[in-house]
Design a protein around this ligand. Sequence first.
Ligand code: G3P
Length: 221
Amino acid sequence: MQFFIDTANLDEIKEAQALGVLDGVTTNPTLMMKDGVSGDENQRQRYLDICEVVEGDVSAEVIATDFEGIIKEGEQLAALHPQIVVKVPMIKDGIKALKYFSDKGIKTNCTLVFSPGQALLAAKAGATYVSPFIGRIDDTTIDGAELIAQIRHIFDNYGFETQILAASIRNPMHIIKCAEFGADVATCPLSAILGLMKHPLTDIGLAQFIADYKKVNSVTA
Ligand code: G3P
């Protein structure tokens, strides 16, 4: 399972990269706004800065919603850096664009996916990644992780190579559920990744080991 970080914040990306477990980055216009990155030029520079920090795929989202606009923007984004993956919304012109990019060998991430049918269409169109938003489904009192299981089942039935990139992850439990249900990638806030390592028994056990070591060894520090 690959770990991506879902942020445009360079410090968070660097911290995750330093852990040695980071495989890529996803961004979106909201994450850019949250990090105060405004204007096309600054946003392009931010994508380049992110590509300097990580070795894997970096999703950059188009704003256009018509076919020609998506193609123009997507080709510009893809030309920025070989690590850039063009993020395309799950709309009719988006599906056409996914097919166009797929035929051209440009990597894509189909975003805002909330149903198995949407995921199936994206896979048929040749998307590299499909992004089901599990946290936002949870917000509607439906278990979002179940969607990962459904998409996994469908993709495995037919051998689709589109990777399931679980998005809108909010906590460590989401990551575990995605791993259980076979997501290829989880894109997470840094807090959710760091949350995976926390367990009170680890802290208690470590404190005990250190205390016992000190009982039989002279420690100056
Ligand atoms: O990966 C999509 C993500 O950024 C959306 O997360 O928490 O706004 O649903 P959230």
